[in-house]
Ligand binder design. Structure first.
Ligand code: FES
Length: 127
């Protein structure tokens, strides 16, 4: 499963929004370092967080059990299943937010913004 990722901090730094249609195109042209924007492969039996870790990336997490939202990501493309979610409210899930510690890819390609825990809506949830 091919994953293209982008760090939310970049959006903050550049003044970009999660809703920008050309977010990943802009990221490709911005000469970002490889931990902020890039691609990785996740195996079907790995959660997105595990996949990132197993390929050498240090994405944020805390409980690893679907209860703290530190590992939250925003889906721009593709879908992640969410077997354990004790914290993400339905309205945020509907907008595309998922927990990467408990997010298993169910599409062949994903585009995600990770590190979205700094977003105001999620800040209140973080334990
Ligand atoms: Fe706590 Fe994922 S690490 S919900």
């Amino acid at each position: 499963i091919r994953v293209e990722f982008l760090d939310y901090e970049v959006l903050d730094d550049y003044g970009w929004s999660l809703d920008d249609d050309d977010l990943f195109r802009k990221a490709s042209h911005a000469d970002l370092d490889e931990t902020s924007h890039g691609r990785l492969l996740v195996h079907p039996d790995e959660s997105l967080l595990e996949g990132a870790e197993n390929r050498g990336f240090g994405w944020p997490f805390s409980c690893r059990g679907g209860a703290c939202a530190n590992c939250a990501v925003y889906l721009v493309e593709g879908e992640l299943s969410q077997p354990a979610n004790h914290i993400m409210p339905d309205d945020l899930a509907e907008r595309g937010f998922r927990l990467s510690c408990n997010g298993y890819p169910v599409s062949d390609e994903l585009r995600v913004v990770f590190n979205v825990k700094h977003l105001a809506e999620l800040d209140d949830l973080i334990l």
